[in-house]
Design a protein around this ligand. Structure first.
Ligand code: MOS
Length: 746
């Protein structure tokens, strides 16, 4: 296979265009089908009984009553649960956590499945689960960081970020003319994609066929295969559409595995769809953090140290420590840097990656602490950041593959009108008397790549089919990836059919880490070039082709024609070459990945700067974000409309993080009290301010052949701190707890 790292992408007419998403009509007309839309004949409905306590044991369940219900077919509890071939604690597949599949009667968090009921109808399954009426031996639950019964510990494995130190931290503290020592907390947040987790499982012998949302086809197939002791190729996953993932749909979750187990047990297809309330527990969340930042600067406002201690929650049975302190380590040119991550074990479901894991929570604290130090130093917040601009990656000294952050600062500030900001807090009021404040924050997100494969097939009618499995979470992959493929094949976008969303296709890698466009796009690009190369060989050998005899020239496809590089004089139509060769379709393959040498040579990040305006009612303390301007540099932008949309989405989540989202626990039962959209607040339209995104031009010759970084997560990152800082500027109050609510203004 050709290596995508070998040839930089030549962009044609498609990339860079603000094409409207190709799946939009299907979605708004209801044609798009999601996992739970499937109902194969003979299917049973599964509903699980969730634990009503957070810590203890199930002592009894009324299985007799549930089984007596006329629609109920089977009741599965730890006492009769059929064997699983794999270990529920097996974490050998990337991103996997120990799952809850009725392996014992211990309750480890509220909402944990304690029994599964299969019935002919959803209503019967729901009623059966209710009739179980579990009884418990209750222990006192620990559900907030303050409930910790022991000192925070270091976790293990994938979920434990490494502690890091660069430079002499003690000397950095000693050298500081001014310093702040502040502790910020962030609340637990739960993934609430529009589409809750759902699965329809069917077995045929030892072949498993699933309709289930997934951000990662190959990983999911491997995960299910391990739990059921079958080869990964025996697992088929269909997922043409995903109603959002946010990091929670990369790997099999416990309740879904339970549905698959049940389907095998009864020999019939089984559907299980989580309710909104059930999204709060077994499918991951963003763990609460308590972050202590000790940062210091010299008399000129140059950082001598960033010392970042993070304590986050994890579950009692697995480790995911929100990597919040990482956020401070790649951004500002401090003399010394230190990060430390520890966990408190709570009676909650295991946390996991959630849109901008680490960076969102860490940057919220860092950007506010930076403003605190800027204020203590008497320096404008933007000037303070520019004074500490890192020309190479702090700590490692590696060059950036590209970094147009300075342009982000300047263009964002210009558009926002930052130069008119009075430095004293509490001095701006608008015409209606609301306190008005301006704040800013820097955004940073790594530009990772996973590994992906793709296939491109050119047909004699001049159209092409391009294929890679990874799904479109709603971010527009169906469109942006097709644009890349069209350019690599030299075809107009409407001549390219894009097929994704099925595990039988070449693996599209992971739709996560903001790396999907770069990775799957890289694979599609390489597959297109493979077709072009083969086509060139055919044309060069064809006496009837104007390209006959071109030998081992480099061929370029453009506008449906094949050219010899550097020779505009002769060309041949792609379709004609194939027709003369007999008309059979021509297939090329490619992969997308980053070579380890490339990853080591450069620090690779998307950057941005977000400017926020807030209004605070001086009497009521009500807070509104009235304006957000974000300027982002993320390498090449394949589709400006979709990229802007991703950044809007991220910035709106930033508003949510700053002002709204928080899982609230009843500390007596350990249950989440607001496990629904009535009580778990996310911004509605009225909460969303005027949004502006500036895409700052950035050429990146190193990050990958496409020059693409990623825009999926970075929008949240700078926004949270910008809003916290704007509230301080409006009111003079520094609130160190997110979300910031009215009570923080009193
Ligand atoms: Mo994400 S948290 O990279 O799906």
């Amino acid at each position: 296979m050709p290596d995508t790292l070998a040839q930089p992408m030549r962009f044609g007419s498609s990339s860079g265009q603000p094409v409207t998403r190709r799946d939009g009509i299907a979605k708004v007309t209801g044609d798009a089908d999601y996992a739970a839309d499937h109902s194969p004949s003979g299917m049973l409905h599964a509903v699980y009984a969730p634990a009503a306590i957070a810590r203890g044991r199930v002592t009894a369940m009324n299985t007799v009553a549930a089984e007596a219900h006329p629609g109920v077919v089977r009741v599965i509890t730890p006492a009769n649960r059929p064997a699983l071939q794999g270990d529920p604690a097996d974490k050998s597949v990337m991103f996997t956590f120990r799952i809850e599949v009725l392996q014992d009667d211990t309750v480890r968090y509220a909402g944990q499945p304690v029994a599964l009921v299969l019935a002919e109808t959803l209503e019967a399954a729901t009623e059966g689960a209710r009739l179980l009426d579990p009884q418990y031996a209750v222990e006192v639950p620990r559900v907030t960081l303050a409930d910790a019964e022991s000192e925070p510990v270091a976790g293990q494995g994938f979920g434990q970020p490494a502690d890091t130190t660069h430079g002499d931290v003690d000397a950095g503290h000693a050298a500081a003319a001014r310093s702040v020592d502040v502790t910020y907390t962030t609340a637990a947040q739960y993934h609430n994609a529009m589409e809750p987790h759902a699965i329809v499982a069917q077995w045929e012998g030892d072949h498993l066929s699933l309709d289930v949302p997934t951000q990662a086809f190959a990983l999911s197939c491997a995960g299910y295969a391990r739990y059921f002791g079958i080869p990964a190729e025996n697992v088929t996953i269909r997922c043409p559409y995903l109603g959002g993932g946010f990091g929670s749909k990369a790997i099999p979750a416990g309740p879904l595995v339970l549905a698959v187990l049940a389907a095998r047990d009864v020999g019939r297809p089984v559907k299980l769809a989580l309710t909104r309330k059930q999204m709060f527990g077994p499918v991951g969340h963003r763990g609460a953090t308590e972050q202590r930042l000790r940062i210091g600067a010299d008399g000129e406002g140059r950082l001598s140290v960033i010392d970042h201690d993070n304590v986050a929650e994890t579950s009692t049975f697995d480790d995911f420590v929100e990597p919040a302190a990482n956020a401070s380590q790649g951004l500002y040119a401090a003399g010394a840097l230190r990060s430390r991550h520890r966990a408190v074990r709570l009676d909650v479901g295991t946390p996991g990656p959630m849109r901008a894991p680490g960076e969102a929570s860490g940057s919220a604290a860092l950007e506010c602490a930076m403003d605190e130090l800027a204020e203590a130093s008497g320096i404008d917040p933007l000037e303070f950041r520019l004074r500490n601009y890192a020309e190479t990656e702090p700590g490692t000294g590696r060059p950036y593959s590209s970094k147009a952050l300075r342009d982000c600062y300047l263009q964002g500030a210009e558009r926002f009108g930052w130069s008119g900001r009075p430095s004293a807090p509490g001095t701006m009021r608008d015409a209606s008397g609301l306190l008005t404040g301006w704040g800013m924050g820097t955004a940073l997100f790594p530009a990772p790549m996973f590994a992906a494969q793709a296939r491109a097939t050119l047909k004699a009618d001049g159209t092409a089919l391009v294929e890679t499995s990874a799904a479109d979470m709603g971010q527009g992959a169906w469109t942006a990836l097709a644009q890349i493929a069209a350019d690599s094949l030299g075809l107009p976008l409407d001549a390219v059919e894009f097929r994704a969303g099925h595990s039988s296709l070449p693996d599209g890698g992971v739709a996560g880490g903001s790396g999907h466009t770069a990775t799957a796009g890289g694979a599609l690009h390489a597959a297109g070039l493979d077709v072009v190369r083969q086509l060139g060989e055919i044309a060069a050998a064809d006496p009837e082709s104007p390209l006959h005899g071109a030998g081992n020239a480099q061929f370029v496809a453009r506008d449906g024609r094949l050219f010899v590089e550097g020779d505009e004089g002769r060309s041949d139509a792609l379709a004609d070459i194939l027709v003369r060769a007999g008309g059979a379709p021509l297939t090329g393959t490619g992969r997308g990945a980053r070579a380890p040498e490339a990853a080591a040579a450069h620090a690779m990040y998307s950057h941005g700067a977000v400017f926020a305006e807030v209004k605070v009612d001086p009497d009521l303390g009500q807070i509104r974000v009235s304006r957000l301007v974000g300027a982002f540099a993320a390498g090449r932008i394949i589709n400006p409309k979709l990229a802007e949309s991703q950044l809007f989405g991220g910035m709106i989540w930033g508003v949510s993080f700053a002002l709204h989202e928080e899982a609230k626990f009843d500390r007596r039962t350990g249950r989440i009290m607001n496990a629904d959209f009535a009580g778990y607040h996310v911004p509605v339209n009225a909460d969303v301010p005027g949004l502006e995104v500036i895409m700052v031009h950035e050429d990146d010759p190193h990050v990958n052949p496409l020059g693409v970084k990623g825009v999926g997560e970075i929008g949240i990152v700078g926004t949270v701190g910008a809003i916290g800082n704007a509230i301080r500027h409006a009111t003079g109050r520094r609130v160190r707890r997110f979300p910031i609510r009215i009570e923080g203004m009193l």
